[in-house]
Write a protein that binds this ligand. Sequence first.
Ligand code: FE2
Length: 414
Amino acid sequence: MAPTTPLADHQRHGDKQNSPFFEEYLYKIYTRKEASGLQQLVGEMRAVVIQVEPGEALQYIAEMTLMSSHRLLRCYRGASHNVFIMRVSDTQPDFFILEPRDTAYSGKFAGINKGFARASEKPNVKYIGELYYTKDLSETVGLLKAEEFRFTTPKFNQLMANEHFAFTEISYYTNNMVGYTSTDLLDLDALGLGEPFTLTEAELEPITKAAHAQQMLEITGLVKGLDHLATRVLSGDREHAILEFASLTNYYFWGAYSIDEQNSSTNICRNPDSGELESPAKVFTANNTPYYVNSIVGRPSPTENFVRNFGRRMHHMALAVNDGARPDGTKNIDYVVGNLEDNGIPFLAKIFGECKDIPDLKQIFSKTSPYSFLITEYVQRCHNFQGFFTRGNVAALTHAAGLDAELKKASPSD
Ligand SMILES: [Fe+2]
């Protein structure tokens, strides 16, 4: 009988076939992190870190104030970046928004983004990665360094040049980093993020207006928090991206579905100890076959087209909508999305999923934010739906995202 580990005992979902390499090393990675203690050290996701262009943080915060239930909590000014913290609750991941102060700023991510047609339009715009809680920061870094993972040198910005945090180098497979902290993020002023500052009344106005609008529309509170985060990678990087991520966190591989009609697969990793609202699922999406055989395969290629335009990166952040309906029977997600649309937030296609009398999902993608290059997904799990998607929804969502005229642009000369 094959030996097992608690992580390998989780039921596997989906129909996507993995290589023998993947199965062998997934098991070995589970065993390694349980033996080394990493599995017990690293815990929930505490924040997502997003860099915007100089001068665009406040617009992005106003946009997310209207679209999410996160609210601006604190602002810090460091040597290179302003850092803005948005929070929905103390037990759910924050948004850490990094804004370079110098209009001529060009950091590590700009070097990557400049190689891609759409990413080069705003080379500093990048979802950087997540921040995970660890019981012991230096022990975690030591363990991972011994396994040949590398960490950023302390000069990147004040978040990464800071004894309270450690970030891996940029992943070859995802262009994301993985960050760690042993703090509870409650005393933000003690974290060396820079000089605290407050916004002027004029600066605050669009943010306050967005919060007020959301309240007037009665959608405040219906949007709960992050549910999952979906990174798009190249076809050949799918297994490496999952295995690398599983090595760096306490997450396990939940399973993967092939969406053949969109020539793509959706691959999900979950925190074994926490629900999605406390520690959102990490999703990796990749083409089943690489672009250079598209003309042979005869399938659309929205996932790899995105990667070719923007580089490997986070594609969307999904926000959970409370299950339930308005007094007139309108499902909460229909109500939220309808009101956001009426207030200028553009969406791709329509809401997919039925949510009638049986457990089901309703989902929709917003258009790409001009400030973060991220899509916001809204998801309502009806009647206690367990899982992350229905095949029909994902096929329709992937198709819709591929039709976005903005995303189709393949080169600067198009
Ligand atoms: Fe999603």
